[in-house]
Structure formats: C-alpha cells, structure tokens
Design a protein around this ligand. Structure first.
Ligand code: FAD
Length: 384
C-alpha cells in the first residue's frame, strides 16, 4: 500500500534538507523519511573551503544535529544507512537486506569524487573533501603538517589553495591545464586569479600531472610528469566530481551525465524524482547551490499536489578566492560569440557578446567583482 508509505528523500545534503524544508512550508502532515549514508549533520558545503580563513573546524561548520533537523522538520531520519538498490515496480528502496516502501522517492544523493589511480605508497596521505566527514578527516590528519599539495586547479582546488594559505600552509597546486579553472573562466580572468594566488604564495605547477606519490619521512614526495618533485605532508585531490548514477541506472532509470529528469524533476520511473548534484535537469548538470534551491522549491510544490516545473534564472557562480574575488556566469556551451575584456592588472571584466552585442555571459575579478549582480540582470536566464 504505497499511498500510506512516506515520501522518502535519499540524502541529507543541501538538496535533501532544502527540499524537506520547502515541503514543510506547504504541508506539515505528510510523513517524510530521510535516509543518508552519512551522519546527517546539517552543514553548508560551500563553507568547507573557507574553514581555515574563518578558523572553523568540522564542528564549527556544523549547523544542526540530526536530531535537531528531524524535530525541526517533523520527519524521520535514518543515518549511516546506505541505499543499495531501487525497485521501482514495488515502490521500494533496498537497504542491504531490508526494503523500505515509498509513496514518492527523491534521489538527492549527490556526486562522487573522481579518484585518480596514482602509483606509489603514499596514498593514505591523499584526501578528497566533498562532505563534512571528509573535512573532519582532513583536519584531523593535518595535525603537525604545514605543507599541502593540491591536485586540480578547478574552482574547488583554487578555493582550498586560498583558504589553506590564509591558514598559514605552504601550498602547491598541480594540474594538467594551462590555466586555472579551465572551462569556467575565460583566460584573462583565470590569469588574474592565478596571479593573485601566486602573490599570496601559492605555487602552481600547470601543464603537468602527478605520476607518483611516495612516502617520505612523515609526509610524501610527489613526482610530476615534468620531472619536478613536490614535498608535502598532505595531498588534496580536487580533480572533479561525477553525479551518482550507478544505482539509478541499475534500476532501469534513464541516466546520462546525471540522472535524467525533466523540468518537473521526474525521472523515467513513476514516482521517482532526482535533484541536486546527482541530477541532469532538462540537459543541465549544474553542481551548484542556486540550481538545487530552485529545484527544491519546485519539487516541494509537485510533491504536495501542484505539479511545478523548475525555471532556472541566471545563475552566477561566486568563486571564494578572497585574494581575488571573482564571479562568473558562463555563456551557454553552444553560444556563438566572443569575449571582450577590460583589464587593469588583476581587475578583469570579461563580457561574452553575441553578434548583436548582447551579453550572454561574463566573468569579473578584483574590483569589477562588485558588478556581478548588475551584470547578472543583463544575461538571459538558463531557461528562457
Ligand atoms: P551532497 O551534499 O553531496 O549530499 C549527498 C547526500 O546523499 C549525502 O547525505 C550522502 O551521504 C547521501 N548519499 C549518497 N549516496 C547515498 C546512498 N547510496 N545511500 C544513502 N545516502 C547516500 N556551490 C555553489 O553554488 N557555491 C559555492 O561557493 C560552492 N562551493 C563549494 C565548495 C566545496 C569545497 C564543494 C565540495 C562544493 C561547493 N559547491 C558550491 C557545490 C555545492 O556545495 C553542491 O552543489 C551542493 O552542496 C550539493 O548538494 P547535494 O545535496 O546535491 O549533494
């Protein structure tokens, strides 16, 4: 009898909790069960790359305990419970040996970090930081260490580089790209962020990769493909994420780069929805907070009786590199146009213009960063 079963939300990240909060704004009574593989502590993931600057450890970044969340939201919460399968026909989640009935199921189970397979015996010094538990483990491991090597010069790698420098660490960043944040920032803006990070003391090793990580004393020695070696106490791997699609795929649910959903967040299986880092919404995989908040608002309405499609507006990404504040609103991947750049040192304003001179995207750094709100109003929304 699935109509008496709860709405089940898998995942207690920003997606899961935002959705539960939005549902409770509309409906206080419908039973909700949340299931999570982690401890269910509520926290804001973007804050993970600000912990050293703000001098906050994992406890300092935690916002509310599991019990407090369950009480506040009037729901049941199961922690350290890993979903191992979905049976869409039976409307059941599989939790190892147990089955859990749902009336509606929401997959908000995020993305997996990409793990590189690198030779050497120093792997226990390598950390990925994609949730509060990872962050706790990293903070614990760093005791005594002052040198951190970061693999990856994307948004997360650059944010951690800035944050760790602010915390007094020696930081080396190694990445195969020519510039930082490839695919996100146009050249001039990327160069500006890199220059300010270098002024802060971050050492970049670009256009190369880590080939080997060997133990050396209490730390490790990284051998790079270009012949250099970098000594570090700890290594952060920040080489990307891929949406968690495996269990959905195994259950016969359509997947692409993420779990495929339409603008009503409906998967190809009846009564199963997906949102957040695991979802590909109407062709868009956007691993950021603003899209998931918009999805939470729309999906809450759908789940409480009013089928609602999400509409993405303009979604600028703020880059938390305080040494060079930056914001970007990338143009659509297929857009035809050119970057027009105004620059004064590391203050950059880059506008992506189409043939009619309309702004389709922008990147701003330094003193131009304050223009992000005004520019966002000029860029067409993602869902026009
Ligand atoms: P997650 O937070 O990953 O939650 C997934 C949940 O699913 C977890 O509770 C997990 O335990 C659970 N789960 C997974 N698998 C299972 C399973 N099989 N069974 C049960 N439970 C399961 N975005 C921005 O917009 N701005 C920023 O400044 C920004 N900064 C960031 C900084 C860092 C360091 C990182 C890592 C990300 C940042 N992001 C930022 C991205 C943003 O934080 C994410 O897009 C967002 O938090 C994803 O939330 P989510 O709930 O979809 O996934």
């Amino acid at each position: 009898m699935t109509e008496h079963a709860p709405i089940v939300i898998v995942g207690t990240g920003l997606s899961g909790y935002s959705l539960a909060r939005e549902i409770r704004k509309q409906d206080k009574a419908t039973p909700i069960m949340m299931v999570t593989a982690d401890d269910g502590v509520s926290y804001s993931k973007p804050m993970l790359s600000t912990g050293f600057t703000k001098d906050k450890d994992a406890d300092g970044l935690a916002q509310a305990s599991t019990d407090a969340m369950a009480e506040q939201l009037g729901l049941q919460l199961r922690t350290f419970t890993t979903v191992t399968g979905i049976d869409p026909e039976a409307h059941e989640l599989i939790l190892g040996d147990e089955r859990l009935k749902y009336s509606k199921l929401v997959l908000a189970w995020g993305a997996d970090v990409i793990r590189l397979s690198i030779d050497g015996d120093g792997q226990e010094h390598v950390f990925s930081i994609n949730d509060l538990l990872d962050y706790r483990a990293f903070r614990k491991a760093r005791a005594g260490g002052r040198r951190v090597a970061i693999m990856g010069a994307g948004l997360i790698g650059c944010e951690f580089a800035n944050d760790l420098r602010n915390g007094g660490y020696e930081v080396d960043v190694i990445a195969p790209s020519e510039a930082v944040m490839p695919g996100l920032l146009p050249g001039a803006a990327a160069d500006a962020v890199q220059a300010e990070l270098e002024n802060l003391g971050v050492r970049f090793h670009l256009e190369t990769v880590v080939e080997r990580i060997n133990r050396a004393g209490d730390g490790v020695s990284l051998t790079l493909a270009n012949g250099e070696t970098v000594d570090a106490d700890l290594v952060i791997s920040a080489v990307g994420l891929h949406p968690r699609i495996g269990l959905a795929e195994a259950a016969g649910i359509e997947t692409g780069r993420g779990i495929v959903v339409n603008r009503a967040l409906e998967t190809s299986a009846r009564d199963i929805y997906a949102m957040g880092d695991c979802a590909e919404v109407d062709g868009h995989v956007l691993l950021y907070v603003l899209p998931l908040m918009a999805c939470a608002r729309a999906l809450a309405k759908t789940l409480t009786g009013e089928r609602t499609e999400v509409s993405y507006g303009t979604m600028p990404v703020m880059i938390k590199t305080p040494c060079c504040p930056a914001a970007v609103c990338p143009p659509p991947p297929e857009a035809d146009g050119r970057w027009e750049v105004e620059q004064d040192g590391t203050d950059v304003k880059a506008l992506f213009l189409n043939g009619n001179g309309e702004i389709l995207g922008f990147a701003v750094t330094g003193r131009f960063a304050v223009e992000k709100q005004a520019l966002s109003k000029e860029v067409p929304p993602i869902h026009g």
